[in-house]
Design a protein around this ligand. Structure first.
Ligand code: DX5
Ligand code: ZN
Length: 217
């Protein structure tokens, strides 16, 4: 069965002096998810925010908090992010030896479990953990920064993963993250993606609900 299309605006491109206002903009645009990029300056060459921001924003919205951990040793922080109010926790395959253990732990905390791969990692490495995931996040740029251009080869991996999903008769979501705008969203959906993260294109658009409708449509 096909998953419905979900757009997950990323607050990496929000107004850092007023995250609450950016959250309201996402709610008003009727996006159901909010993508929160946690970076540690080690797994990726940039720093953002941690669980305290999630805890502070949690009472401001009912939207699903789609937390993307771009950090080393993500397993250490799962409980903290769960308690702060994350609904989905996605960590990187490249950052964690014990993916099986921590995907299971995320689900046992009552959350949706996601695994992410960077552009140079083949999707075949995910084969063994597919039954344990709710989301596979295919990075369509090298992680660390918003506003980059989508790498088209990454959509080939979306196609491959979509075929793997069908073959295994599973229905985890396939999320694409990086360089998603109205044009690339069409290509990503055609390749099999059903969850579209968008930072610069969403916050750079003055008609945010129109943007969400068109990307979702
Ligand atoms: C990049 C982050 C993305 C980022 C996407 O490392 O994981 O979530 O916010 O931003 P855009 O849509 O601007 O490429
Ligand atoms: Zn992200």
């Amino acid at each position: 069965m096909m998953n419905s299309i979900i757009v997950s605006p990323s607050i990496l491109s929000a107004d850092y002096s007023n995250f609450a206002a950016s959250i309201s903009e996402i709610d008003e645009a009727k996006a159901q998810w909010i993508h929160i990029d946690v970076m540690d300056g080690c797994f990726v060459p940039n720093l953002t925010f941690g669980a305290p921001l999630i805890r502070a924003l949690r009472p401001k919205t009912k939207a699903i908090f789609d937390v993307h951990l771009m950090i080393k040793t993500p397993g250490v922080f799962l409980q903290e992010f769960a308690q702060a109010g994350a609904d989905v926790i996605t960590f990187h395959y490249e950052a964690e030896i014990h993916c099986h253990k921590y995907l299971t732990e995320i689900r046992s905390l009552g959350l949706k479990a996601g695994i992410a791969i960077v552009p140079s990692t083949p999707c075949s490495v995910l084969e063994e953990v597919l039954p344990l995931i709710d989301i596979a996040l295919i990075m369509t740029v090298n992680p660390g920064f918003g506003g980059q251009t989508l790498i088209p080869e990454c959509l080939e991996k979306v196609k491959k993963l979509s075929a793997m999903r069908e073959k295994a008769k599973l229905n985890f979501r396939i999320s694409v993250d990086g360089g998603i705008n109205e044009q690339t969203a069409k290509l990503a959906k055609a390749a099999g993606a059903d969850t579209l993260v968008t930072g610069a294109a969403f916050f750079g658009n003055s008609d945010k609900s129109g943007f969400i409708n068109r990307v979702q449509g």
